[in-house]
Design a protein around this ligand. Structure first.
Ligand code: URA
Length: 294
């Protein structure tokens, strides 16, 4: 049976089960529930492999430090609880970021960092994802490639850029004489946002220390940033990808090492906008020349 018929069959079984067990009263309601799941990013109704999700075990966001807690509870001279300068949610986010920075400093190898990331529970995306997608490739690569976040295929397989975008990326690299295995490929986020939605600033901020530490541990000569999200995050700017692409911009690591970065279009964008492929090709030729000069 082809993949699409299997998907339709799974959908039909799901709707029948909802009706059979009186979870919904009509076909219309069943369709609404199904659409709601799809909008929430649940693209697989049932997987071929069983897996266990234990939210209770995983959702332990790091406790805010004691001094932050007392600041929240402080009362004024009238005995009224002072309004916190930051909401609890923002404080939790800030505490998770600080926690991530501290953790990452402990990692002396990529394996250490991978283990710390898999244990980290300060980003809620982890709880809706199937895998923590860590970087892949040569740990001493001269070229590091950074995308935005895993998609459905990457989430299933636990490896970055293995879906349609990844296949296009591999072809573009091969055209300038580079094998996927020769580079180190990673993403700003190691967890897939539900339904591939745009990650929030908070999600990016809490994952950024892991990305920065990966860069330090690999120590590439050049970084290729794919798409506006990767470029804006690493270069800490809000310029459009069309104004950034094709230009070398230096990135400075926490320990002062300067690494040139080159921004280009994300392969997912190129799959939708074939007319932009010529510009991406000229970016890749610039990358090839720079790598030859090193
Ligand atoms: N898009 C990305 O940005 N990263 C991946 O790993 C896959 C698709």
């Amino acid at each position: 049976m082809c993949k699409y018929s299997l998907y339709v069959a799974k959908k039909a079984i799901f709707v029948i089960l909802l009706l059979q067990y009186n979870i919904v009263s009509s076909m219309e309601n069943a369709k609404e529930i199904l659409n709601w799941y799809i909008l929430s990013g649940i693209t697989d109704i049932c997987s071929d492999e069983p897996f266990r999700v234990s939210l209770a075990e995983k959702s332990t966001i790091s406790e805010p430090k004691n001094d932050t807690v007392s600041a929240i509870k402080a009362v004024d001279e009238n005995g009224l609880t002072k309004r916190p300068a930051m909401t609890l949610l923002a404080q939790e986010g800030q505490a998770a970021c600080l926690n991530a920075v501290e953790l990452c400093q402990k990692a002396q190898t990529l394996d250490d960092l991978k283990a710390l990331m898999e244990d980290f529970s300060g980003c809620s995306l982890k709880f809706s994802a199937n895998s923590t997608v860590f970087g892949y490739g040569n740990p001493q690569a001269e070229l590091m490639i950074i995308g935005e976040a895993p998609g459905a295929d990457e989430d299933r397989m636990g490896e970055p850029f293995v879906g349609r975008s990844g296949k296009l990326l591999s072809k573009m690299l091969a055209a300038i004489g580079i094998e996927r295995e020769d580079c180190y490929i990673t993403n700003v986020l190691p967890w897939r946002p539900p339904g591939n939605r745009t990650p929030t600033d908070g999600e990016v901020a809490v994952c950024l220390p892991f990305l920065k530490r990966q860069i330090e541990l690999v120590g590439p000569k050049i970084i290729l940033l794919l798409g506006g999200s990767a470029a804006n995050t690493l270069l800490n700017c809000s310029d459009s990808v069309s104004s950034l692409r094709g230009k070398f911009v230096d990135y400075t690591t926490e320990n002062g090492t300067i690494i040139p970065t080159l921004t280009s279009y994300h392969p997912a964008f190129l799959l939708r906008s074939a007319a932009q492929k010529a510009k991406a090709w000229s970016d890749f030729l610039r990358l090839q020349r720079k790598l030859e000069d090193i």
